[in-house]
Design a protein around this ligand. Structure first.
Ligand code: BG6
Length: 466
């Protein structure tokens, strides 16, 4: 095959992402208990090797060193999340924490003075536990507390942040908390999940309205995990199954958060099964319509392949999207053997084309994409550097399709990898390592992986030969 140099548009955002709970550590600023800390106290055995979010990269103390590492690995932009629990240590409400403001202002200043644009996300799965006790996303009071937190962040950090995001993967906590049992408080109840989803979408819209009032230069949007969905076959039953899976997993948040309206077919289906949320008003729907994302982050890891259900469902059992489809592992597909996800690089192109064709070609970027690998120390050389050629190959294969999407007219502004330094990952803790930089959990020593060196060259050359 002929090698070609794939050059990306000028000022392309090269960077990576992580979140507060996964990287900061508690520090001494004061911080309310989060649902992750609460859950760990209640059920430590649910967490891989019983490691909690107390064991992190300790970024809160090491951020200056980390910003230098960002530079050394070619970052011109980086996504952090701002911890609601740190900003409002009295249970997520009340007085704002001056020490938290000082920390984030220092970090963002350090980043901008080193040429790294700040992408700030307001919520990455880290609800203050006391607000979860009040109903979490099922409560209008919690929506108001979130909007107050967001408004405070716009006021305190608006001069330093390049772009804002209301939520990372808002579908995740809904699936995990209400349908699939991987997120506190682990309730199986679709209708309550639909309520929480509606209020999350309302919170997104209200935060955008607040951002507009501050008249900042930055844009505000949302980061969604989207998997292009494919039927196992063209058999009408499989095709229908894929259509319904797509409604639940892709359009459910994408349509209201970007277009301002819920998908009609999804609403009709939920109405038919009596699963619409109990509390939604015309005023909510108007607010959602008027305040849509101005920029869209796309987290892409794997496609979704589905087939019609083969096994009967019990209509007496709890309502679940799984009533309508089953996941399908397509034989012969390339898998990430370490994480168990299918590797399908063309999916990144399919996803971008969907956004171009159906969402007004809104300004977008890949906000997460990456390769989790278990026991990565297997690939360390004698100097302690992880030689992760598999990750370099993964990045290149996806970027080649991203480049093609841009050639095909998609409005893509950048690529952020998951992640920067290996970080704590919820119930998986440190099982899967994703970073450009490895972390020694005992010494906190950071070492740039081979992929980190590759990433620097990629960013310097604004492209690569493929
Ligand atoms: C992303 C999340 O979807 O997946 C991250 O935004 C998470 O927060 C990442 O850490 C990797 O997850 P896992 O389960 O493979 O470690």
């Amino acid at each position: 095959m002929k090698t070609q140099h794939l050059t990306f548009p000028k000022d392309f955002w090269w960077g990576s992402a992580w979140s507060a709970e996964q990287s900061e550590g508690r520090g001494e600023t004061g911080k309310a208990e989060t649902v992750w800390e609460r859950w760990y106290k209640e059920q430590p055995y649910r967490f891989y090797q019983r490691i909690s979010s107390e064991t992190t990269t300790d970024h809160i103390h090491r951020y200056k060193e980390d910003v230098q590492l960002m530079k050394q690995t070619g970052h011109n932009s980086f996504r952090v999340s701002i911890s609601w629990a740190r900003m409002f240590p009295a249970d997520g409400v009340g007085e704002v924490n001056p020490k938290a403001i000082a920390f984030y202002r220092d970090l963002f200043t350090e980043m901008t003075t080193n040429g790294i644009k700040v992408f700030a996300n307001l919520y990455h799965f880290d609800m203050p536990a006391a607000l979860q006790d009040k109903g979490g996303w099922e409560s209008r009071e919690v929506v108001d507390a979130y909007v107050h937190f967001a408004d405070t962040c716009f006021k305190e950090f608006g001069d330093l942040v390049y772009h804002w995001f209301t939520f990372n993967e808002p579908l995740g906590p809904i699936l995990g908390s209400y349908l699939e049992d991987f997120h506190y408080p682990n309730i199986i109840d679709f209708k309550r999940g639909a309520q929480a989803a509606h209020f999350t979408i309302l919170a997104h819209a209200k935060a955008i309205a607040a951002h507009k009032k501050h008249q900042l230069d930055s844009k505000i949007g949302v980061i969604l995990n989207l998997s292009p969905t494919f039927p196992r076959s063209q058999n009408p039953a499989d095709v229908k199954a894929a259509e319904i899976a797509d409604l639940f997993h892709v359009r459910s948040f994408l349509d209201p958060m970007v277009k301002g309206i819920y998908p009609e077919k999804l609403i009709a289906l939920l109405r038919e099964y009596d699963q619409l949320p109990a509390d939604y008003t015309e005023e909510d729907l108007d607010c959602i319509k008027e305040n849509t994302a101005q920029i869209l982050g796309l987290n892409y890891y794997e496609p979704k392949r589905v087939k019609a259900r083969l096994t009967a469902i019990n209509p007496e059992g709890p309502f679940l999207p799984d009533w309508f489809f089953e996941n399908h592992v397509m034989p012969g597909r390339r898998m990430n053997e370490y994480r168990g996800w299918e590797i399908y690089e063309k999916g990144i192109h399919d996803l971008c084309m969907d956004i171009k064709d159906n969402y007004g070609n809104i300004e977008a970027f890949i906000s997460e994409n990456g390769m989790g690998v278990a026991n990565e120390e297997r690939f360390m050389d004698e100097q302690g550097q992880v030689i992760d050629d598999y990750r370099i190959e993964y990045i290149q294969d996806h970027l080649a399709y991203l480049w093609k999407a841009i050639e095909d007219g998609c409005n893509i502004k950048g690529y952020h990898l998951w992640t920067f330094i290996d970080c704590w990952s919820w119930i998986n803790a440190y099982k899967n390592r994703y970073g450009l930089v490895s972390l020694d959990l005992k010494t906190q020593k950071r070492t740039i992986k081979k992929s980190g060196e590759f990433y620097k060259k990629l960013s310097d050359e604004n492209g690569f030969s493929y």
